[in-house]
Design a protein around this ligand. Sequence first.
Ligand code: NAP
Length: 324
Amino acid sequence: MMSFNIIFLRVVFVCWSSDLERVVEEKRYVFTYFDFIDEIQAFDDAEKTSSCLSGQSLNNDGVSRVALVTGSSRGIGRGIALSLAREGYHVGINYLGRVEAAETTAALCREEGRLHGHEVQPVIIKADVSSPEDRLRMIEELRQHFGRIDLLVNNAGITSIGRKDLLEAGEEDFDRLFGINLKGAFFLSQAVARWMIELKDEGSDRDPKIITISSISGYAVSVNRADYCMAKAALGMMTKLFAVRLAEHGIGVYEICPGIIASDMTAPVKEKYDKLIAEGLTPIRRWGKPEDVGRAVVSLAQGAFGFSTGEVFNVDGGFHIRQL
Ligand code: NAP
């Protein structure tokens, strides 16, 4: 496309400059012409060789992209899986215990893909992200099935067990939550990043992405969910660490920070948040939906922010804005 543009611009320039010939010395005209072409060629070369974090359109090489979304049997994860299926991604649908929910996500992904002209192949994978064996098996299943990965979305998470007061919180619950919400995301990112680098070394020209779903609880205190708040805060640092380490490999790393999103996790506190939202807790006075997060994931995955990495994207109805 760019080469065609150069030919076109050459023709335009020659037509335009032949008029100028009458007023410009021949020597100077030749110099200006080659300067002009050099500028365009340099732009073309820069486009071709920009190695890091460039945007890519889907399926431009005829092969669909592959995403792994942890905890995508329900809630936000399902919303993300469906948004990706709409764009033609094959999705690894990870779950912990609810296989029927995972099967429903898979069926919806196929349908969503079909409606948008894609033959999406979802793969359902039961794995506990806090378990090292399960994480490796999950990656192995994806390798066997697709032989590649373009996107990891660290979404699986649990809320604070029993929502106990800070002074009552127990160590066992703390370890369980940190194992899933932080350790799982960290070591899965590590393993997937190694695979992404391997694919790059083998000549893949795609720019893979790692996206982690954190929470407004990473900075807004809830004294009855201390472990949850602390683990979510740590995911922000994790994102920055991987962003710096993986930039040289062209892997973009991002954090999405959702606000109050309707899902099974927030169902028990629905009345509380209905009231707070109605009273103006968020400038946009509605609950967030899983697809709000899904749309943000798709934009990042498709390279809409190719010169950004380690960035946090708030999907929270404006909750994060301080007001007087
Ligand atoms: P959810 O409705 O409770 O769904 C949780 C999902 O995670 C399910 O698919 C569940 O699988 C899976 N999961 C749980 N433990 C797992 C484990 N050990 N290994 C693998 N998968 C596991 O939660 P959600 O509201 O969609 O939340 C998704 C993410 O967004 C979480 O990280 C949460 O902290 C974050 N978030 C939520 C909100 C909100 O308002 N809802 C706001 C900010 C951030 P099963 O179906 O098999 O149980």
